[in-house]
Design a protein around this ligand. Structure first.
Ligand code: TXA
Ligand code: MG
Length: 345
């Protein structure tokens, strides 16, 4: 298979390119496309063979379920059944956008999408290229993040190409994505609405509609059979070993400098405020942005990890963020990338 990369300007969408990509989807082939969170690797969610190509291309275990994307509320019935009122209230407020709802699965969705579960994860992305593709194909599109399994999620078409060259038919290049971390996954099939994955929509925003919503605060992986498959600890990992430092700024920075000295070539995911600390020390740095700007950190996070990997560092050091707003999702991705290696100071 040869991968075709097609540039698309999100502000002036060329419909002939979209139609070409939509036809690939209908032919059972794979199309990578930008969403507002990260790039997705899409296939027709009604076609089992097409969906199995996603797992093969990513090297993803079939026990890890995918998210189904739709462009209109009319499609929701095609994807899910027994849809509670709450789902419509959330959709009205947060769709299109970075919220994924877990609902009972409609049997028209091929079971492979949900790793055999009776539930299905569904969301309506807000990126104009994603919406145009969905509308043109007019089928629900299953799409995980368009990275190789356990690599950082792609926030540019270049990242997709790095991981999936000749494993995907078309990559729609709509430029750098906006949010940079994946959608928030909310389970509406449990007794209490439960966040299974922190993401682009904050807990604080969700609580305005569902004050009783809870956060499932465990890192699975140790136990793959647990309620939400695919939430294993090793995820989003750069190639180099990563260490996450937590605690008071001054002492954290001191131990990061000490740790860097112990390595041949250390890399640091650095906040603007900390750059001076590492200047002239021989470590490779990649900027996350200002510590106080969580949106900027989220946007830069995965590409900064990939950037340090390309600089061939043997360890990546990073200081934790405050765990509120988007910081919850950022912290979650950092802990996973570090495979749980949190050093508290
Ligand atoms: O922002 C996003 O959500 C991106 C873009 C492309 O939409 N997609 C994404 O997909 O992050 P993926 O496959 O990398 O993550 C999907 C996660 C699974 O790992 C799993 O944790 C959860 O969604 N999930 C999917 N179906 C589920 C289900 N039926 N029950 C519980 N969790 C589910
Ligand atoms: Mg993923």
């Amino acid at each position: 298979m040869h991968t075709q990369v097609i540039q698309i300007d999100p502000d002036h969408i060329d419909l002939s390119s979209i139609r070409l990509a939509a036809q690939k989807i209908l032919d059972g082939r794979l199309v990578a496309f930008p969403t507002e969170t990260v790039y997705g690797l899409g296939a027709n969610a009604l076609n089992g063979d097409a969906v199995s190509r996603i797992f093969a291309a990513k090297g993803r275990p079939p026990s890890d379920p995918l998210i189904v994307h739709i462009y209109s509320l009319d499609q929701l019935n095609q994807v899910a059944i027994q849809i509670p009122d709450l789902a419509y209230r959330l959709a009205e407020k947060f769709w299109s956008g970075p919220l994924t709802l877990v609902l009972p699965r409609n049997e028209s969705i091929t079971p492979a999408v949900s790793a055999g579960l009776h539930t299905v994860a569904v969301r309506m992305p807000s990126h104009p290229v994603a919406l145009a593709l969905l509308r043109s194909a007019n089928v629900p599109i299953a799409a995980p993040s368009a990275n190789l399994f356990s690599r950082p999620s792609p926030t540019t078409a270049q990242h997709v190409l790095e991981d999936l060259k000749d494993r995907v038919d078309i990559i729609l290049d709509g430029g750098r994505v906006d949010i940079g971390v994946e959608s928030t996954v909310l389970d509406l099939t449990s007794d209490v609405p439960t966040i299974l994955r922190a993401g682009g929509l904050t807990l604080e925003a969700l609580r305005q509609v569902i004050p009783n919503c809870v956060m499932r605060n465990v890192y699975l992986g140790e136990d793959e059979s647990a309620a939400s498959p695919g939430m294993m600890m090793k995820h989003y990992s750069p190639r180099a070993k990563m260490l996450l430092f937590d605690g008071e700024r001054e002492s954290v920075l001191r131990s990061m400098v000490d740790e860097a000295r112990r390595h041949h070539r250390a890399g640091v995911l650095v906040f603007d405020e900390d750059e001076g600390v590492f200047e002239g020390s021989g470590v490779a740095t990649s900027r996350l942005g200002s510590e106080s700007d969580l949106a900027q950190i989220a946007t830069n996070l995965f590409s900064a990890m990939r950037d340090l990997d390309q600089k061939n560092v043997d360890v990546i050091l990073v200081r934790g963020v405050k765990r509120e707003g988007l910081g919850l999702a950022i912290w979650d991705r950092l802990v996973r990338a570090a495979e749980g290696r949190v050093i508290s100071k």
